[in-house]
Design a protein around this ligand. Structure first.
Ligand SMILES: Cc1cc2nc3c(=O)[nH]c(=O)nc-3n(C[C@H](O)[C@H](O)[C@H](O)COP(=O)(O)OP(=O)(O)OC[C@H]3O[C@@H](n4cnc5c(N)ncnc54)[C@H](O)[C@@H]3O)c2cc1C
Length: 385
């Protein structure tokens, strides 16, 4: 067992840390308050090669691997939980998914512009009546000559309003057919697609929206994988995006404790820094320990993927569930430590507090991960199949 990062990991971590401080931190809070989506920063992240972690050079990638992807995501999330989401939109959930499941033409056409951020991506699973129960989705794709005609609606889709390309899941067979989902690469400027933004509690620099599809014609060449392989592609991609999400959670948790520690040493009450009060030391100790544990779970799951263990659903759920809970716990502690100032929109902890809750909802709610883990441990349903 080796807990040391390689020289390469440390160099990438340091590069991203500097990039995040220089390019993202100065405007992160202001952009969040104003709901600005900083396309220029996303372009720079693309130029830096962040979105190419999981793809080989042939497709514009850097082949850094999952552990480096996690380190990059964590560093971005320390300064902007909003912008860490771009790692999943540009890399793990789209370019990498196409790389894994696409044919050579699809990989050549769609992965490089996502990696460079020349094009923006999204993945569209959730529907108004299909959230945790993804197989309940109703969007239909009917084969007509050389195309599929798509009708339906998707909701809560990150980047929906800005994306050029979507990986979108739809039914291609009658209900009751076990193999009814298919995955499509949809060009978002196709006639019949409309999008609208969703106003949300946090992550304001990260647009989220609805997609409506009315007789949208998608060429059969844009089917990802084979007809009926949508469920395999979808459930194969979730452990990838979930680990990115878990990395975002530990980055945010880290930001929370940094602010809490800083404030503990700055703020005086009863004639001394509030850091001197054992009750504050106690909560800092608990949350610092939880962050370390979460970090180890996330790094372990990413490391496993780099070792070729791609179906580590169980270890990914441990990491995602725990890291999300720790992000919420850390934001709560940071808020407590700041007293009234935590509640001020001017202090970053108010943003962290709003952003943290997201991690218990997206990429499988906290209940869904408890179900995956609980059923595995009880021998009801094995997670790693
Ligand atoms: C900001 C944001 C960005 C998002 N981005 C994307 C995206 O890019 N692409 C995408 O496809 N989706 C996206 N989502 C959607 C997200 O994946 C869903 O919100 C999530 O899967 C939960 O679905 P739901 O909100 O419909 O909740 P529901 O499934 O309706 O769940 C409601 C509550 O019931 C609980 N519950 C549900 N089923 C069970 C069960 N069997 N046992 C116990 N409890 C249960 C849940 O845990 C939850 O507490 C995003 C959501 C948000 C908030």
């Amino acid at each position: 067992m080796n807990f040391e990062f390689s020289e390469e990991h440390l160099a990438i971590q340091e590069t991203v840390r500097q990039f995040a401080q220089k390019e993202i931190a100065p405007t992160a809070h202001e952009y969040d308050e104003q709901g600005v989506f900083p396309r220029d920063i996303i372009n720079k992240m693309g130029e830096m090669g962040f979105f190419g972690c999981l793809l080989p050079e042939e497709y514009g990638g850097t082949d850094y691997g999952f552990l480096n992807m996690v380190l990059i995501t964590e560093e971005i999330s320390k300064v902007s939980s909003s912008l860490r989401g771009a790692m999943n939109m540009q890399c793990t959930g789209t370019a990498y998914n196409i790389f894994k499941n696409g044919n050579p033409e699809q990989k050549k056409k769609y992965s490089p512009p996502l990696v460079s951020a020349q094009k923006l991506g999204c993945f569209a699973i959730t529907e108004p009546n299909a959230g945790s129960d993804v197989m309940a989705m109703k969007t239909r794709a009917i084969r007509e000559d050389g195309s599929y005609i798509l009708n339906g609606s998707k909701t809560w889709i990150s980047f929906a309003t800005v994306a050029d390309i979507a990986i979108l899941y739809a039914n291609t067979a009658e209900e009751g057919d076990g193999k009814r989902l298919s995955a499509f690469i949809v060009e978002m400027d196709s006639p019949g697609i409309t999008t609208s933004p969703i106003h949300k509690l946090g992550s304001h620099s990260f647009p989220t929206g609805e997609i409506t599809l009315e007789d949208v014609k998608v060429p059969k060449e844009n089917l990802l994988g084979n007809p009926g392989e949508g469920a395999r592609i979808l459930f194969g991609s979730l452990p990838d995006t979930r680990i990115g999400c878990a990395a975002g959670a530990i980055g945010l948790a880290h930001a929370c404790i940094d602010e809490a520690v800083k404030y503990c040493n700055e703020r005086t009450q009863f004639g001394q820094p509030i850091a001197n009060f054992q009750m504050n030391q106690h909560v800092i100790a608990d949350v610092a320990t939880a962050i370390e544990a979460a970090r180890l779970l996330v790094y372990r799951a990413a490391w496993q993927k780099d070792q070729g263990v791609k179906n580590n659903v169980l270890e990914t759920s441990y990491a995602k569930m725990f890291a999300a809970d720790v992000a919420v716990q850390s934001a709560d502690v940071a808020m407590d430590i700041h007293g009234a100032y935590g509640y001020s929109a001017e202090y970053p902890v108010s943003r962290y507090y709003r952003d943290a809750k997201l991690y218990q909802i997206v990429e499988g709610t906290k209940n869904i991960h408890r179900i995956i883990i609980g059923q595995d441990r009880l021998g009801i349903r094995k997670a790693n199949r």
